[in-house]
Write a protein that binds this ligand. Structure first.
Ligand code: UGA
Length: 438
């Protein structure tokens, strides 16, 4: 099929490359000329495992192109809208500026038989409004909403082989059929492998996305709330998570307590969901999401307290080695990163912070040039008064306590992700503190 993808950020770039890899002919459109140049040269503008490889193979096949010129979407029949919906400045609601602009930009180039497919995470009710806008433009194009569930770090795999597909289809028998048929053609490979498909209406499809992220955020904050209790009761939240996780109704995944969730999705999505529910007069239905957010933010504070305690209450001019800056491993994304936040807070208290990360240093420098950075882990650890593990990259999970002890000034480590073995670290003479562990 001939497909356009509007917006080539984390979502759009991976989607465009994956669709081309699956055999479609794809044009990716973005307003950022530098990003388009990188993508067209087969270079991923951000770190995402496997993306560089499929960009190169799809570009070489001639099926994948990128442009800043919206009129190049004319030949395509299906147009994915994958632009960002960031949090509004000073508020929790989603900012729909880019979604609205993408639709307005598309309208002059649409023709009868085209399908616009929303992928961006939007407040419920947006798709119906956009469908009406497309309708009144008289192009004869249709709209569908098809939320995306990819995880950074696994984005290519999640896009090529998703765990489910959700179609929010337009009302009316014939329109519904046309939209479904086109989407089935786009996703023929995944459907052929038996990927579960939920066919529904616009509103449900929009809600599925925010409900999924709200549930995941709730799971993480639930276990972090248990960590807070475990801290005062002298219990171990990791054993607790293992024990409750064996119940298949609960499940062990997303029950890792630590400094909490961040990134470009979970924090902003729960805030936007609360804001939208309030607009709809049902704020109380998701009032708990404010508590989920508050628990999450407290974990960063707790981490700073633990470091302060470990330094005997005196942070000023102490050398703190911060291991990790990305919001999670296998990503260079520092949007709302708890790891970067902890580093910034410690720096603000006068600590001499040396932070390291395998991929996220350039993005961190752009936002917080006041921090100290070291590309080499050993350099970051050298002479440290305390070591703080805040993003669980494999390199840090596998640190050797004996060799690491040779580098630091004080053998004190705070494990903000509960991924190290306390027994091994203590045996090597370290003072080990986890989060919600004795
Ligand atoms: C999240 C969802 O998992 C995806 O399904 C969704 O498509 C995506 O948002 C999106 O809306 O686009 P992502 O932001 O890539 O994906 O990251 P997650 O793997 O969900 O991790 C989010 C945060 O939670 C990270 O900071 C991670 O460290 C933290 N986390 C995760 C925990 O603190 N504990 C856990 O047990 C799991």
């Amino acid at each position: 099929m001939k497909i356009s993808v509007i917006g080539c950020g984390y979502l759009g770039a991976v989607h465009a490359a994956s669709l081309a890899e699956l055999g479609h002919e794809v044009i990716g459109i973005d307003v950022d000329a530098a990003k388009v140049r990188d993508l067209a040269a087969g270079q991923a503008p951000f770190f995402e495992p496997g993306l560089g490889e499929i960009l190169q193979s799809a570009s070489a096949s001639g099926r994948l192109r990128f442009s800043t010129d919206m009129s190049e979407v004319r030949d395509a029949q299906v147009h994915f809208v994958a632009v960002g919906t960031p949090q509004t400045r000073g508020g929790g609601a989603a900012d729909l500026t880019y979604v609205n602009a993408a639709i307005e930009g598309l309208l002059p180039h649409l023709s009868a038989g085209d399908l616009v497919v929303g992928k961006s995470t939007v407040p419920v009710g947006t798709a119906a409004r956009l469908a009406a806008r497309i309708d009144e433009s008289g192009s004869g194009a249709l709209l569908a909403w098809n939320p995306e569930f990819l995880r950074e770090g696994f984005a290519v795999q999640d896009t090529i082989a998703p765990d489910r597909l959700v179609y929010g289809l337009p009302p009316g028998g014939e329109h519904r059929e046309v939209a479904k048929r086109l989407l089935d053609e786009v996703y023929a490979t995944a459907l052929g492998k038996g990927t579960p498909l939920v066919e529904t209406d616009f509103a449900t499809a929009e809600l599925v996305k925010v409900a999924a992220n709200a549930f995941l955020a709730t799971k993480i904050s639930f276990i972090n709330a248990m960590a807070e209790i475990a801290e005062v009761a002298d219990a171990d939240v990791t054993a607790l998570a293992d024990a409750i996780g064996y119940d298949p109704r609960i499940g062990r995944r997303f029950l890792n307590a630590g400094i909490g969730f961040g990134g470009g999705c979970l924090p902003k999505d729960i805030r936007a969901f609360s804001a939208r529910a309030e607009e709809l007069g049902r704020g109380e239905s998701v009032a708990f999401l404010k508590e989920i957010d508050a628990i999450n933010m407290r974990r960063r504070q707790r981490m700073v307290e633990l470091v302060t305690e470990a330094l005997g209450g005196q942070v000023y001019q102490k050398k703190v080695a911060v291991l990790g800056l990305a919001f999670k491993p296998d990503s260079d994304d520092v949007r709302d990163s708890p790891a970067l936040d902890v580093a910034v807070q410690l720096n603000g208290l006068g600590a001499h912070v040396i932070a390291t990360d395998p991929k996220a240093i350039p993005n961190s420098i752009r936002l917080h040039p006041q921090l100290g950075f070291a590309t080499d882990t050993d350099d970051a650890l050298h002479g440290a008064d305390v070591v703080v593990l805040v993003t669980e990259w494999k390199d840090y999970r596998e640190l050797d306590p004996v060799a690491t002890a040779e580098l630091v000034r004080s053998k004190v480590i705070i494990d903000g992700r509960n991924v190290l073995d306390p027994v091994a670290w203590r045996a090597a003479g370290w003072t080990y503190r986890g989060m919600g562990r004795p």
